[in-house]
Design a protein around this ligand. Structure first.
Ligand SMILES: NC(=O)c1ccc[n+]([C@@H]2O[C@H](COP(=O)([O-])OP(=O)(O)OC[C@H]3O[C@@H](n4cnc5c(N)ncnc54)[C@H](OP(=O)(O)O)[C@@H]3O)[C@@H](O)[C@H]2O)c1
Length: 349
């Protein structure tokens, strides 16, 4: 039986956060930490056992592999340097018997989103972004139901007739892989969609793709975070340096899904805006008795969606480069969501 493997998160999720192996490092020591990261070889971090399909009873095991670069190094060093390190980490996993490698948010953000890595490893790799998008959108839809705020998202078919959503939604970081993927999935479900980001040119490109994905209402773009005040639903999928979504940015009774670890929504929102319904996206519960560990702060029994994607593929026996490149494809999002449900993966509470 082949195993799965994934690249462990390089830190707390922030671009300028400390690397995972030096979580308590003082800012003054950050350059030293980065030097250590460049010299320290990739290594196995955790052996994951007990992932167990509720449908077939099949059990699989895998490995978390650390590629000791910080998040900033992964995104800023020349891609060839980062590829070398990820390929090195992948070879380590291959020697353990892994037949599939999950890249995750930072390794998949490098260069061509896994294409070169898959070629150089001669092994299937997957960014994990299809299940990340599926779980983020599902978390937002679930929050809409739980919150009961009177706004709706479309439900496909109700009594044979498609319903129309009444909500205005905003996606922050809408030109990125996850943000654009989520915006395309939300487009047919809401009345109006706002794409928020830092560069107008990227947002215009994103708008064309979102409109082509079947938007039923108006699709607007904005480079001002304050504009999310018009949205009933907010899905945040950028990259955090500091939390950007503050109490004053949100509409009364807004529903917010934050996919950005450790959070793009300021902790002050929880304190000052009891009317706001806040949920996290991109985390799922894994069927079986599983502890991902890795010192990542993920509770036992749960995993990031990108990790879960390779687990689902391994349970299906589909050792293939399922999500590759920076674009996320809607048909893959729908398929992996169904496969995940079939094997017993669920949204994390
Ligand atoms: N849970 C999971 O399994 C999972 C999987 C994948 C990703 N994620 C998370 O989802 C988020 C998006 O990931 P992605 O792969 O889509 O990222 P991405 O494509 O690299 O970037 C997303 C967006 O973040 C903004 N951004 C980039 N650098 C930034 C900076 N220095 N400061 C502020 N904003 C910046 C950009 O938007 P603008 O330039 O338009 O502002 C970019 O389009 C990340 O937080 C990632 O950790 C989670």
């Amino acid at each position: 039986m082949k195993h799965f493997a994934f690249i462990a998160p390089p830190g707390d999720g922030r671009i300028d956060g400390p690397p995972g192996y030096l979580a308590l490092v003082r800012p003054a020591l950050a350059p030293l930490a980065r030097l250590i990261g460049r010299l320290w070889p990739p290594h196995l971090l955790s052996h994951i056992e007990g992932v167990h399909s509720r449908m077939t009873g099949r059990e699989i095991e895998g490995w978390g592999v650390r590629c000791p670069l910080s998040a900033r190094q992964m995104l800023r060093l020349p891609p060839q340097v980062v590829y070398d390190r990820i390929v090195w980490a992948g070879r380590l996993a291959q020697r353990q018997g892994a037949g599939l490698l999950g890249l995750g948010p930072f390794a998949s953000g490098v260069g061509d989103g896994g294409v070169t890595i898959a070629q150089r490893l001669n092994m299937p790799v997957s960014t994990g972004n299809s299940l990340a998008v599926a779980s983020a959108v599902a978390a937002l839809e679930h929050a809409v139901e739980l919150a009961g705020r009177g706004v709706t998202v479309a439900k496909g078919q109700a009594g044979g007739r498609p319903t129309r959503g009444t909500a205005t939604a905003a996606v922050v970081g809408a030109s990125g892989s996850i943000g654009l993927g989520c915006a395309e999935m939300l487009a047919p479900l809401v009345q109006e969609l706002m794409l928020v980001g830092r560069r107008e040119i990227d947002l215009s490109r994103a708008r064309a793709l979102v409109e082509a994905a079947g938007a039923v209402g108006k699709v607007r773009i904005s480079t001002r975070i304050d504009d999310i005040q018009e949205a009933d639903l907010v899905l945040s999928a950028g990259r955090a340096t500091q939390p950007r979504i503050l109490p004053d940015h949100l509409k009364r009774n807004a529903i917010v899904c934050d996919v950005v670890p450790p959070g793009d929504v300021s902790p002050t929102v929880r304190r000052e805006r009891p009317d706001v319904f806040l949920t996290a996206g991109g985390v799922v519960t894994v069927p079986g008795q599983v502890d991902i560990g890795l010192g990542s702060g993920i509770p036992a029994g749960q995993a990031y969606a990108y990790m879960a994607e390779v687990m689902v593929l391994a349970l299906e026996g589909r050792y293939e480069s399922y999500s590759l490149g920076q674009r996320v494809h809607r048909e893959r999002v729908r398929e992996i969501a169904q496969l995940a449900l079939k094997h017993g993966f669920r949204l994390a509470p």
